[in-house]
Design a binder for this molecule. Structure first.
Ligand SMILES: NC(=O)c1ccc[n+]([C@@H]2O[C@H](COP(=O)([O-])OP(=O)(O)OC[C@H]3O[C@@H](n4cnc5c(N)ncnc54)[C@H](O)[C@@H]3O)[C@@H](O)[C@H]2O)c1
Length: 464
């Protein structure tokens, strides 16, 4: 991969266009599991809610994202797509989007730091009026431009912005009517920006939808994190001790899956409520310093920094495997490991060996999202709901651009419920209707709450 400063071509920058056919076949397969997004696409094609919009998305470039990008395009948007992680791009899918849909894709699996940000620059140079993020990289860059904090921009973006006039910079930021954000970590960043009063446009936190975090973070991350670890290592989970750092949505999902595979699970937390929940769900809750000595496999899913530090790695057993499934590659302190240990020595794809004081430690996917680097990310069926939320959020921003405040918003609950209803329908399940009688009962405070004793006994309450 090149490390020299270079400018991505205007229309796309991908690994190899000849991979397109393989990508098309995989996207077709994934779409079989995405009935909700397919329905939204049909409606978008006839109603054109995004007509004339320029949309830049910074997402994991996977089969499911391809379905979303095509849906947005069907709705009338001119779409540019760059990767939200250097390791998560599926090169064949990128090629398919370029060849068969003319979507501007800037993403190459394994791209270096410079190329990653050159691709973000290319997505910004699309001059979007809508942005879509997974980790707030596009919005973050736009805000550094708005606040004239150019030194905080990565070099490829900074060089490009420096060549723009102040008026052009302003037009770039002011042109954005709103944004959507996919993940917990991005939403936390955006809420911090809103709290500091610096947010320049409204953002819809897709992660806040129940049909997103309850399913994507829990069942999607749970299964695909285990999938990534198994593909990378082929290790036996049964009988091993697995340390799960963080018992939020993702941690719960992963803990559930490894327990199902026969592991002894230890949970580490910093929040007493989540720790209590883990304890009551039947896991042992311990501090990382204690877990470090016991674990065979360590997985961080916290969104926090330096959850596993050098002192923990020093305490680990010979042969311990360490992986991360939180958004950024900061959860394991690899910088400290690099200074103290010898390595890395590649062992298998996505497995690197470090020698630390006579012990071998195996770090997966360089501490990046293991489910996206070593496997294929979440199953399509779960991304169907997440990306249904993304598509509806883009439409919502366009419809309400004039009234939405510069804050972090969630999608209206009716849309959340509609996505759940469509998904249930597609899965062949249905629910009982909420009748007017039941609705009235739930909404009233003065109607009788319970049947009288006489009614229970089968007697006439009037005593007749
Ligand atoms: N791998 C994926 O595909 C994927 C999917 C969705 C979300 N994510 C990312 O995973 C991370 C977690 O997301 P979530 O939705 O579960 O968030 P969450 O807020 O529900 O859970 C995070 C948990 O980590 C705990 N925590 C924080 N610091 C900790 C520490 N030092 N030690 C132990 N526990 C700690 C918190 O108390 C919280 O319970 C985020 O970075 C999110 O963006 C990844």
């Amino acid at each position: 991969m090149t490390t020299t400063a270079r400018r991505a071509p205007a229309d796309h920058d991908i690994k190899d266009l000849s991979l397109a056919e393989a990508g098309r076949r995989r996207v077709d397969w994934a779409e079989r599991f995405m009935p909700v997004l397919r329905q939204i696409r049909q409606r978008f094609a006839s109603e054109q809610p995004l007509a004339g919009r320029r949309l830049s998305a910074c997402l994991h470039v996977t089969t499911e994202t391809a379905s979303l990008a095509v849906t947005l395009q069907a709705g009338g948007a001119d779409v540019a797509l760059c990767a939200s992680n250097p390791l998560s791009t599926q090169d064949d899918v990128a090629a398919h989007l370029v060849r068969d849909h003319g979507i501007k894709v800037y993403a190459i699996k394994g791209e270096d730091h410079e190329t990653y940000y050159e691709h973000i620059r290319a997505a910004l140079a699309h001059r979007p009026d809508l942005t879509m993020d997974d980790g707030a990289d596009l919005v973050g860059a736009l805000h550094m431009i708005a606040l004239n904090r150019l030194d905080d921009l990565a070099p490829p973006v900074r060089r490009w912005v420096e060549a723009l006039s102040p008026a052009e910079r302003q037009t770039l930021v002011k042109g954005v009517i709103g944004s959507t954000e996919e993940t917990t970590t991005g939403v936390i960043r955006l809420r911090a920006m809103a709290k500091d009063g610096v947010l320049q446009f409204p953002v819809v936190a897709v992660n806040d939808s129940d049909t997103k975090h309850l399913f994507d973070n829990r069942y999607g991350t749970g299964q695909s994190t285990l999938d990534g670890i198994l593909r990378a290592t082929n290790m036996l989970i049964a009988g091993s001790t697995v340390v799960v750092a963080g018992y939020g949505w993702c941690g719960r999902g992963f803990a559930m899956r490894v327990r199902g595979a026969g592991a002894n699970v230890l949970v580490t937390e910093i929040d007493p409520l989540k720790a209590l929940e883990a304890q009551m769900d039947g896991y042992r809750v311990v501090p990382m310093a204690e877990a470090a000595r016991a674990g065979d496999l360590f997985v961080t899913l916290t969104g926090n920094i330096h959850v596993i530090r050098l002192e923990h790695m020093r305490a680990m057993k010979d042969g311990a495997v360490i992986a991360n499934s939180g958004h950024f590659n900061v959860e394991i302190d690899l910088d400290a490991l690099k200074l103290a240990a010898q390595g890395p020595t590649p062992v298998r794809d996505f497995v690197e060996e470090w020698r630390l004081e006579g012990k071998r430690l195996f770090v997966l996917a360089d501490g990046r999202l293991v489910n996206l680097a070593a496997a294929e990310g979440h199953p399509a069926s779960v991304m169907d709901m997440s990306f249904a939320n993304q598509a509806l959020a883009a439409e919502f921003v366009v419809q309400h651009a004039k009234t939405l405040t510069r804050d972090v918003h969630r999608l209206p609950r009716e849309l959340d419920a509609e996505i759940a209803r469509l998904k249930l329908q597609a899965m062949g399940s249905s629910i009982d209707p909420l009748t007017p009688e039941k609705q009235k009962y739930l909404a009233s405070w003065d109607s009788p709450r319970a049947r009288s004793h006489d009614q229970h006994a089968g007697r006439d309450p009037a005593g007749a």
